[in-house]
Structures are given as structure tokens and as C-alpha cells.
Design a protein around this ligand. Structure first.
Ligand code: FE2
Ligand code: FE2
Length: 296
């Protein structure tokens, strides 16, 4: 099975990002894969997500989308008041937009093709990938607040996961879950979908947005507090535990840097678009670089 993949299209970030999309479609047509995967961060808004997926909708292969942190950002304060939080986007609005545009959304139900299962999860983060050199400087509480000298982690403002979005009293509706609770809830969904797989599955294609291993983190001279939001080693350990008798391929994104890692039974692929600069207008060349391909 031939897989083509990318991530972090960020269609709403710059004009160049949106202009690139038809070239991505053309590149995928040339590769002619069996499956095309987008590993999150298409857009902050549902409208632009819809417009972007529409451009890929004519591709004849199986199309798979898993959201990233930007995709689950709330649209406005007003939408949060109506209970349209990040869970609403993750579990209702995004799957609906995917369905309208012929994309599969393997979050709760894996996609089974012969003896291969495609499983998706946003991944999220639990600060386990924080740079160890900052251990004495920042606590979990600091990472939860997300504001540092270097800037603010915007998910702390725009990813809003409500405790009881349907509560009749508006003040109760606005109470948010802690990051740890959010991580565990999302991680449980990943564990459930792997555990509910049929027994004959020999190959796993896991689509995440965030990183599952320390090895995915690019070493830096100066430690950055933002490593804390790169992903979770708990997810990596879980994937390792189910990879004993299986070949596992992981497609992910989030950090805007290409990466391939061969960890024996587990292979990791990241090929993001990222934020394009004003001078990055050779769209054909960019499309060749950011659409990865491999065989499973
Ligand atoms: Fe991104
Ligand atoms: Fe991201």
C-alpha cells in the first residue's frame, strides 16, 4: 500500500500557504498513492478547513485526516459560551467537515484494509517531553499557564476543553478541564481503538499530530520551554507495547521540520508544510518537499 502524507498545511496563516494547496493536490496525483494522510494543523477555522479539504476531495485515493492543536482552537468566546469547545470541534464539527469532503476520520473507529489498521489521534501533550535542563526553572503549573519570557503557548488561550458544555447554567458550562485530564481522555481514545482492533492486524499505521518519543525532539543549544508541548512519551511507550509482533508506521506533524526515524519495528515520518515566508513562492518545489511517500 502506497502512502502519501503531509501535515501543518496552515491554510489560514499566509497567502503563500493557501496558494500552495493546488500544487499539493497535483503532486499527490503524480504520486498516485492508495492513501493520502494529513496529520493535523490545517486551519484554525472550520470554514477554511472546509475550503481546504474541498480542494483535495477529487483525489481518487483513500483520504485521511487527523486534527492538530490549531484545528481544535475555538472560533470565538461566543462559540465557547454556546458549548462549542475544542471537544465539539474534535468529535463533531471536524468529522462532519471531513465527511462532506470525502475524508475518513479514524479517531474512534480504525480504518481496516486487509491486515492493516489506520488509527488516528491528536496525541496532545503532558509535558513529558519538556527539556530536562529547565526542570528546576519551570513546574507543571508553569507549563499549564503557558507564558514565558520567550512568548505564550497559544493553546492555553485557544484550546478550550470544557468539563460540562451542556450544563444549563452558563457559569458551569465555562469550567475547563485541566491539561492532564484532557490528555488522559484523548489518550484513552487511542488505547481503546488499538485494543478494539481485530486480531489479524499485522500492520499499524498510526496518525498523530504530536510527537510520541524523545528521539523526535530536535536538540537545541539553548533549552526552550515550548518542548513541553511537543507531545508525550506515554503515547510512545504505549505504541511500543503494541508493536511487539507488528510493523508500526507513525505519521505525525506539529513541529515544522521534516523528520524520518527508524526505530526497528516502528518507523516515524514527519513532512510538514509549516509557515511559508513571503519569498517561498516556488510552489512546485515546495510541494515535492512536503508531500512524503512510503510503502506499508
Ligand atoms: Fe503546525
Ligand atoms: Fe501543531
Amino acid at each position: 500500500m502506497k502512502v502519501a502524507y503531509t501535515s501543518d498545511i496552515h491554510a489560514d496563516i499566509t497567502l503563500n500557504n493557501s496558494r500552495l494547496i493546488p500544487f499539493l493536490v497535483k503532486r499527490i496525483e503524480d504520486i498516485n498513492p492508495d492513501v493520502f494522510v494529513i496529520a493535523g494543523d490545517i486551519s484554525n477555522s472550520l470554514e477554511s478547513l472546509d475550503n481546504t479539504l474541498k480542494l483535495f476531495s477529487e483525489l481518487s485515493c483513500l483520504k485521511v485526516m487527523v486534527p492538530g492543536n490549531h484545528d481544535v482552537w475555538v472560533e470565538s468566546n461566543n462559540s465557547v459560551r454556546k458549548g462549542r469547545d475544542s471537544f465539539y470541534k474534535y468529535r463533531q464539527a471536524i468529522p462532519q467537515v471531513c465527511q462532506q469532503n470525502g475524508f475518513s476520520y479514524p479517531i474512534t473507529e480504525p480504518i481496516i484494509i486487509g491486515s492493516t489498521a489506520i488509527i488516528g489521534n491528536i496525541g496532545w501533550y503532558d509535558y513529558s517531553l519538556a527539556d530536562i535542563r529547565l526542570e528546576s526553572l519551570y513546574s507543571f503549573n508553569d507549563y499549564a499557564k503557558g507564558t514565558f519570557e520567550e512568548g505564550t503557548w497559544n493553546d492555553t488561550k485557544y484550546a478550550v476543553w470544557l468539563k460540562s458544555p451542556n450544563s444549563s447554567y452558563w457559569k458551569d458550562r465555562l469550567k475547563a478541564l485541566t491539561n492532564n485530564m484532557v490528555f488522559e481522555m484523548l489518550f484513552d481514545e487511542l488505547k481503546n481503538s488499538v485494543q478494539n482492533m481485530p486480531d489479524n492486524i499485522g500492520k499499524l499505521l498510526v496518525v498523530l499530530h504530536t510527537a510520541p518519543f524523545k528521539e523526535c525532539i530536535i536538540p537545541k543549544d539553548e533549552p526552550s520551554p515550548f518542548d513541553a508541548y511537543e507531545g508525550s512519551t506515554k503515547i510512545g511507550e504505549f505504541i511500543k507495547s503494541v508493536s511487539k509482533n507488528r510493523e508500526v508506521s507513525i505519521i505525525f506533524g506539529h513541529r515544522h521540520k521534516k523528520l524520518f526515524l527508524d526505530m526497528g519495528n516502528i518507523k516515524l515520518y514527519r513532512s510538514p508544510v509549516g509557515y511559508l515566508g513571503e519569498s517561498q513562492t516556488d510552489y512546485e518545489k515546495i510541494a515535492r518537499e512536503v508531500i512524503g511517500e512510503f510503502e506499508v
